[in-house]
Design a protein around this ligand. Structure first.
Ligand code: SF4
Length: 341
């Protein structure tokens, strides 16, 4: 979604941030903010400082999720509180008090009632009466309206509670809420934009997946997209099988760090006669490894990196679930989506 549109659509509770800072008597506050609202950062910092008297520092390195909570760095910088904007709590062991202020998109009731009608018609066409509804936190308001409308139309609607997510919420690395209620419904409807989450859902749960897209107000069922995704991943896995030297990449972000898994993978690749090295950084950027002669990368971090950024790397880049196919432990027919939770 273009940045100007995001800025127009979003809403978040800055007052909650102010109240929490006052309540906790915080003097030095670290702000973490996702890319979409960075242009508002100066005014947010100014308002917080003016209303609370606290000092703020703002992290400006990219923040894609609460998995990247900056507790350790904030502590070292002498902060006593973190205000993390954009996402819900992800890790359970922050080393500094942290307040999460999720960012949600504004929802138009009439438009969402229209979207619910379109979704309802599509489900009726397919004779589906029981549906699991889910969304990212940004589209929570849209999901709430769609749910109400579907219930009015006689559908049975389920929203699952998962690990480290709110009821009905999914993350690119976490579909546990949907899986918790998988047996209760005949299909899944994702309220939101983009293909990444619907494709993830189609692997995580063995049910038809529909997208109810709130901006264009379109409804469609995932089909060819899943096959295309799988074909690309199979090509990547086949290339990785040929590699004699492999980087196992560990992310230093608290919620993405999987060091134990990386160690296990290194041993397994070495047992297959490959050279394997564990590399680590906060972000995986092609330039960081440009001069290193390595033939494949296994990213143990956010699953989106191997999927969304693969074209940036000259080597094939796969995730641990795909590495298990390369290692001969899993069969391609049982392809599953890498999840962190
Ligand atoms: S690991 Fe990736 S998908 Fe999961 S919360 Fe972090 S950025 Fe989002």
């Amino acid at each position: 979604m273009p940045l100007a549109r995001i800025l127009f659509m979003i809403e978040f509770d800055l007052n909650k941030a102010v109240q929490e800072i006052k309540k906790r008597k915080a003097k030095n506050v670290a702000l973490q903010i996702p890319e979409g609202i960075k242009p508002r950062l100066p005014s947010i910092a100014e308002e917080i400082e003016k209303k609370t008297g606290a000092n703020t520092i703002s992290f400006v390195d990219p923040c894609f999720g609460a998995c990247g909570i900056k507790d350790v760095a904030s502590k070292e910088l002498g902060m006593d509180l973190i205000i993390h904007f954009g996402h819900t709590k992800f890790v359970s062991n922050e080393s500094l008090p942290t307040v999460y202020i999720p960012i949600e998109y504004k929802a138009d009731k009439k438009a969402m009632a229209f979207l619910a009608t379109k979704l309802g018609d599509k489900l009726k066409e397919k004779n589906i009466k029981k549906i699991i509804l889910c969304s990212t936190i940004q589209f929570k308001k849209h999901r709430t309206i769609v749910k109400k409308e579907l219930v009015k139309k006689g559908f049975e609607v389920f929203e699952g509670s998962g690990k480290n997510v709110e009821k009905g919420q999914v993350l690119g690395c976490n579909y546990s809420g949907v899986k918790a209620v998988e047996g209760k419904a005949e299909a899944i409807a994702f309220v939101g934009d983009g293909l990444f989450h619907p494709i993830g859902l189609s692997f995580a749960a063995k049910k038809p997946v529909f997208i109810a897209e709130p901006v264009q107000k379109e409804v469609k069922e995932i089909g060819q997209e899943k096959d295309l995704f799988l074909r690309k991943r199979i090509a990547m896995i086949e290339k990785a099988k040929q590699a004699k030297s492999i980087i196992i990449w560990v992310c230093t972000k608290k919620g993405q760090e999987r060091m134990k898994l990386a160690m296990q993978l290194k041993k397994k690749f070495e047992a297959k006669g490959k050279k394997a090295y564990i590399f680590t950084s906060n972000l995986l950027i092609p330039d960081y490894i440009a001069g290193i002669n390595i033939e494949a990368i296994v990213s143990t971090a956010c699953p989106r990196i191997a999927f969304d950024d693969s074209s940036l790397f000259r080597q094939p880049i796969i995730n641990p679930a795909e590495a298990s196919v390369v290692l001969g432990e899993k069969k391609l027919e049982n392809y599953f989506f890498d999840e962190l939770c």
